[in-house]
Design a protein around this ligand. Structure first.
Ligand code: NI
Length: 218
């Protein structure tokens, strides 16, 4: 069997596993988030390059072991899936490395994407966290954790410590200042930066409107 056909099988199998796994996810990390990240990452790869098989596999699997969804799970589902699939060890290691680098862990906590593949998956994941979709996902996530939409007395905090960022229970609006409005400057590639401009402006407009309504200024 040619490598291309083999890789295509791995992709389709992984896609249907992930689709199944994230079917009823209610915190904004559902299958359609994965679907969008995969498509945007592949679109970025058209311009920026990179190994498309690795990019698509990493995009499909990037949230399977996410700390936001599983807590600190001991056994990596991703690793187990890749072992069962039987893909090349070198490919498996590349995919796991990318996934380890993708996740946002707080405004002051560095995590650098090294390879072009990691940069593109991280950019695609971050683009899906901003703009109209980012806004929708933020409130879906907050709702799933029982958080308030907004509290005028609770100010945003810049977390430089992953543990504190993880434990915070702040209202959803704070998340714009703690993460979403920072993402535009954390993107790796020029193509992603371009895509982020309109999405970023849309969030700023949303916040302006939100406070105006809150203060009865509309
Ligand atoms: Ni994600």
């Amino acid at each position: 069997m040619s490598l291309k056909i083999q890789q295509n099988r791995y992709l389709r199998k992984t896609e249907s596993y992930i689709q199944d796994h994230f079917q009823d996810e209610g915190s904004g990390h559902d299958w359609w988030h994965i679907y969008r990240v995969r498509n945007v990452a592949l679109k970025l790869a058209e311009i920026e390059g990179g190994n498309k098989f690795i990019i698509e596999m990493a995009a499909l699997l990037h949230d399977l072991d996410d700390w936001k969804l599983n807590g600190e799970s001991e056994v990596s589902k991703t690793k187990r899936w890749l072992d069962d699939l039987g893909i090349l060890i070198s490919d498996k290691n590349k995919i796991l490395e990318i996934i380890g680098q993708v996740s946002f862990k707080g405004a002051g906590v560095g995590n650098k994407a090294i390879s072009i593949e990691a940069k593109l998956v991280q950019d695609a994941d971050r683009l899906d966290a901003i703009g109209a979709i980012g806004i929708a996902r933020t409130f879906a996530y907050g709702g799933s954790k029982g958080r308030l939409i907004y509290h005028p007395g609770i100010k945003p905090e810049m977390y430089d410590n992953f543990e504190e960022y993880k434990r915070n229970t702040a209202p959803s609006i704070n998340h714009f200042y703690e993460k979403l409005l920072l993402l535009k400057n954390l993107l790796n590639t020029n193509s992603a930066k371009k895509m982020a401009e309109k999405r970023h402006r849309f969030m700023e407009d949303f916040l302006t409107q939100f406070y105006a309504e809150w203060r009865n200024k509309m």
